[in-house]
Structures are given as structure tokens and as C-alpha cells.
Design a protein around this ligand. Structure first.
Ligand SMILES: [Zn+2]
Length: 310
């Protein structure tokens, strides 16, 4: 079955290399730049201006003008749909960190991630779902989990376990690396008449808002917060408490998410908390709040001990 699946995947990957999509190899592209073990990525660096992904095209000047950046594409087929990934690596230090942008309608998050990869090195992994939040009805951030027992409680996972999708994203994170993600949201929270579903001012089930006591200028918006999951309630989560103390000193809101197997929603935060021993951080701001997201991510990098590349 794996051989057959691989053939299907190869066939699906081919349209990416069709004439309309395929750019000529970039003159700066080092052959064989893809990391060892990368199975379905195009093995060379593409020019962003020639690709279909609107995030890459919007940032083409920046990407194609930076000789350190390498864009590659991956496509997999699973659960009755094709998942496409755009990957931007900083070849100066591609394994230094990894960031994932799951929602293709969150442009600010992509731009923040791209800037971070330029400044800090590392790899940005972004879903390309044609600019939509979902892919044929499936929210990518409720599509994590490779085992039926793990994903059983996930009402928003439509087509069962997703071992290929899950592995394709998590392979970018080393066994000891924190999982970092970037999101955007809409103003306010539906529970209080707003448009969004993420706010430090609202305690959703399992989520505890921890507003910074003295929010830094521009960061007071309750839609701007770093989400940290844990396997125990916040009062018992010493690691999270240490991080919250640090972020609060920098005026940054935090939301703690208490994750349990029975409450698993197959989001990346839940999946990491349930299956890995590394921390997870989601730096989330309201759509368009690029400066705020950059400042929050900078504070997170200092917390993680990751300095800008020299
Ligand atoms: Zn999102």
C-alpha cells in the first residue's frame, strides 16, 4: 500500500512541475539543497515570482532578492484531498528553528514568519490552500494525528487519521525543537459579541486567559496573545508559569490551554502537547497587526535563546 500511495503522491506532485507552474532553476539554486530524507519536495530552489502561491508572489521581491532563501514545494494526497506546502528555508542556517503557518488566509502571519526566517534563520512551512482557511472543508489546524485512537474525539477532523499530513509538518522540527506557529484572528470573541474565537479576555473550555498586568504599548489588544498548551491545568504547569512570568514582564498576553486526550481537537497545539515532549508556542495577533506579531515573536526568540543571525 505504501508503494501505491507513493505513486499516487508522485503523480499528484507532477502538476507542480508542469510548464505553467515550473520556473527555470534559479541561478542561485544549489542542487541537492533539500535536506536528507525529504521525499517529495522539489529538489531545487524556485523563484517566488514564478509560483502560484499568493503569499510567495506577494513577497517575491523580498524572497527572490535574498540569496540565502530557498523556496521549495511539497504536495501530498491524503484523506481525499491534496495538501500543498510552500517551504522557505534560510540556507545559512536552515535547521536553526522552524515556524508553521497553517491558515492560508492569514497573510500577516506568513509575512511575520518570512521576516523571522530572514532574521533568525530556519525554515518557514506554510499551507497553500488557495488563500482559503480550509481545504475542501477541512481546517488544517484540526487535522493532526496519525492514530485512530488519538483522533477519536476530534469532531472537526473529517476524514480520519492523517499520518502523512502530520509527519510532513512535524518533520521540520527536530526532536528537541519547540514547535512554533503563527496565526491571525478577527476582532474580539464570538462569546462576547466579537468576530473572532481567540481572546485573552475570554476563558473558553480548557483555555485560560492570562492578560499581561502592564501590557506593552500596542500589545494590550486582547486578540494579541501567545498560546501555550500543557498537559495539566495552569496552576500545576510550572513550565508554563515560568514562560508566562517572562512574557508578562514584556507586556505580552498569554493563553494557557489545558490539553487532555479526551478533549483533543486535533489542533497542532493539542497534538504537540499529547505526543511530544517539546514546548509549543502560537504567536497570534489580529489580522494586520504585523508590528505587534514581530515584537511578540522577537520576545519569544529571546526566551528560547535564539539570537538574530550575524
Ligand atoms: Zn489561524
Amino acid at each position: 500500500m505504501r508503494v501505491r500511495a507513493a505513486l499516487i503522491l508522485l503523480a499528484l506532485a507532477l502538476p507542480l512541475a508542469a510548464p505553467a507552474q515550473q520556473p527555470p532553476p534559479s541561478p542561485r539554486a544549489p542542487e541537492g539543497a533539500a535536506p536528507a530524507g525529504q521525499r517529495r519536495a522539489t529538489p531545487r530552489c524556485y523563484r517566488a515570482i514564478r509560483l502560484r502561491d499568493e503569499d510567495l508572489r506577494r513577497n517575491a521581491g523580498r524572497i527572490d532578492g535574498d540569496r540565502a532563501l530557498c523556496v521549495s514545494l511539497v504536495a501530498i494526497y491524503e484523506g481525499g484531498r491534496t495538501w500543498r506546502f510552500s517551504i522557505v528555508r534560510n540556507l545559512l542556517a536552515p535547521d536553526r528553528l522552524a515556524l508553521v503557518v497553517l491558515h492560508d488566509d492569514e497573510d500577516t502571519a506568513f509575512d511575520t514568519g518570512l521576516e523571522a526566517v530572514q532574521v533568525y534563520g530556519g525554515t518557514l512551512v506554510a499551507l497553500d490552500t488557495g488563500g482559503q482557511r480550509t481545504n475542501e472543508g477541512q481546517d488544517p489546524n484540526h487535522n493532526f494525528g496519525g492514530a485512530a485512537s488519538l483522533v477519536a474525539p476530534c469532531r472537526r477532523m473529517r476524514d480520519g487519521p492523517s499520518p502523512e499530513f502530520t509527519a510532513e509538518i512535524l518533520r521540520h522540527f527536530g526532536p528537541d525543537a519547540p514547535v512554533l506557529s503563527l496565526h491571525n484572528n478577527h476582532d474580539g470573541h464570538a462569546a462576547t459579541g466579537g468576530a473572532g474565537d481567540f481572546s485573552v479576555a475570554v476563558n473558553a473550555p480548557g483555555r485560560r486567559g492570562l492578560a499581561a498586568p502592564g501590557p506593552a504599548r500596542g500589545l494590550a489588544d486582547p486578540d494579541n496573545a501567545i498560546l501555550i498548551p500543557g498537559r495539566v491545568p495552569y496552576d500545576q504547569d510550572r513550565a508554563a508559569q515560568g514562560a508566562v512570568a517572562y512574557f508578562h514582564r514584556h507586556g505580552i498576553n498569554v493563553i494557557h490551554e489545558w490539553v487532555t486526550p479526551g478533549r483533543n481537537d486535533c489542533s497542532l497545539s493539542n497534538h504537540v502537547a499529547l505526543t511530544r515532549r517539546t514546548p509549543y508556542y502560537n504567536v497570534e495577533v489580529q489580522h494586520g497587526a504585523a508590528a505587534e506579531q514581530g515584537r511578540m515573536l522577537g520576545a519569544l526568540m529571546r526566551w528560547l535563546g535564539i539570537a538574530p543571525l550575524q
